[in-house]
Design a protein. Structure first.
Length: 124
């Protein structure tokens, strides 16, 4: 896992709208979607491993699977670059979703996310 990032880079899980990726890139943020990376159909464990390999915080709305996985990784001594859990947003709420992501990206450093699970709802 790359430890040299100052700012959080996001790896967007396939369960979230890929429309957020270009919107964030246009604003200068580093992000990549699992779908464009060829991991859209991958198992959750593989997705987190890929995000970790890239040194990117995983953005997902799959709290049910990823929160326990983060706990298992911690217990096993495995590092990750963080997991950001979002609630479900409908397409008409894309603007609010992007605003919260920008608040997160502008206030949380990459080292603060290491081995941490946070919730996008904190950034309303």
């Amino acid at each position: 896992m790359s430890d040299d990032r100052l700012f959080v880079a996001l790896y967007v899980d396939a369960d979230l709208t890929t429309r957020s990726v270009p919107a964030l890139r246009q604003r200068g943020y580093d992000c990549r979607s699992a779908i464009e990376d060829g991991f859209g159909a991958a198992l959750d464990e593989v997705i987190l491993a890929r995000a970790t390999e890239l040194g990117m915080t995983l953005l997902t709305n799959n709290d049910r699977d990823f929160s326990p996985m983060a706990q298992r990784w911690t217990e096993a001594g495995r590092d990750h670059a963080g997991i950001l859990i979002s609630e479900q947003f409908r397409n008409r709420e894309l603007g609010e979703f992007i605003r919260r992501l920008i608040r997160f990206l502008d206030t949380v450093a990459a080292d603060e996310m290491r081995n941490t699970v946070r919730y996008l709802s904190e950034f309303r």
